[in-house]
Ligand binder design. Structure first.
Ligand SMILES: [Fe+2]
Ligand SMILES: [Fe+2]
Length: 190
């Protein structure tokens, strides 16, 4: 698919509101890519497609799971807030024809993160939170860190906030988020 076709398909898969969010994530990702010397084109594409599976209902999720033999772990299974990133990665690969593994992984890990995230994965993870339309507590502190060259500190701070929120709401913690945070804490300590 060329970029026009990807945009067309996204407008079929997503609500208008979600398309607008995706555009803002793409723009924020480019801004971060400039700061951290990452490929701006990849950042834009990954930002645009990161939520490709966000508007699927549970029935559609399982259609994709069957079709592309997607493995959802017990925490992702039945949880659309988590599974949309894993399912989205397969949509991006098989339906949009995107072959770049870094872009695919940026989609796959944009909700939980993981240990040893690539630069692009971190940028998409943060751009999803920092895009201009977001209203979340302490966002200015996060923006300040992310836009002042402190990428890993911004990541740790965002995991701290997300995990605190998950605990406060009695939700399950995905181990990948814990691994991501532990990894970054050790890295920053070096
Ligand atoms: Fe998402
Ligand atoms: Fe998103």
């Amino acid at each position: 698919m060329n970029s026009g076709e990807v945009k067309q398909r996204l407008s079929e898969l997503l609500t208008q509101k979600r398309v607008e969010h995706s555009k803002r994530v793409a723009e924020c990702a480019v801004k971060l890519a400039k700061i951290y010397n990452c490929d701006e084109k990849k950042a834009y594409i990954a930002g645009m497609v990161h939520d490709a599976a966000k508007c699927l209902n549970l029935e559609q999720v399982y259609e994709y799971v069957d079709k592309y033999e997607i493995y959802l772990d017990p925490i992702e299974d039945g949880n659309r807030a988590l599974s949309h990133s894993v399912v989205g990665a397969s949509i991006v690969r098989y339906e949009f024809g995107i072959e770049d593994e870094d872009i695919i992984n940026s989609v796959k890990y944009h909700t939980t993160g993981r240990a040893e995230m690539s630069l692009l994965e971190k940028i998409i993870y943060l751009a999803d939170l920092l895009e201009d339309g977001r209203v979340i507590p302490h966002i200015e502190e996060l923006r300040e860190l992310a836009y002042s060259g402190q990428l890993d500190k911004a990541m740790i701070e965002s995991f701290n906030q997300t995990l605190t929120f998950v605990i406060a709401n009695d939700n399950l913690i995905h181990p990948r988020s814990v691994e991501a945070r532990n990894y970054l804490l050790r890295e920053i300590d070096k």
